[in-house]
Design a protein around this ligand. Structure first.
Ligand code: ZN
Length: 120
């Protein structure tokens, strides 16, 4: 016979999960709010067009593992094992794409646009 015991810890987990769903729900509602009639979850429209493309560089941190190779002086002790990590920074090429998104409201006739930039 299985019994689920709701301990205070479980209740807390459950409560914080519900809270995070609520936060996501509220954030999504706010993001899709109509600027005209102020209703939530009103945004419709998926059309967007590219208005700007720029290229640039970003610095990323790489962690390279250094492993003992066969034949190394200390192979018997650490062969194949990680003996260290080299942390280095690298410049990577990125493309910033700015799109203008066209939205409209499902309740009133308000329309608006938003610019969003993504990097890839
Ligand atoms: Zn509206």
């Amino acid at each position: 016979m299985l019994a689920i015991v709701l301990t205070p810890a479980l209740l807390l987990v459950h409560w914080s999960l519900s809270l995070s769903y609520l936060l996501v729900y509220a954030a999504w509602g706010g993001a899709t709010q109509c600027r005209g009639c102020k209703r939530l979850f009103a945004r419709v429209g998926d059309y967007s067009k590219v208005v700007d493309v720029e290229s640039g560089y970003e610095t990323v941190t790489r962690h390279d593992e250094v492993r003992a190779k066969t034949g190394d002086f200390f192979d018997d002790i650490q062969g194949g094992k990680r003996v260290g990590t080299i942390v280095r920074q690298e410049q990577v090429h990125v493309t910033y794409t700015t799109r203008r998104h066209y939205y409209s409201c499902r309740h009133c006739d308000h329309t608006w646009t938003e610019r969003k930039t993504t990097s890839s």
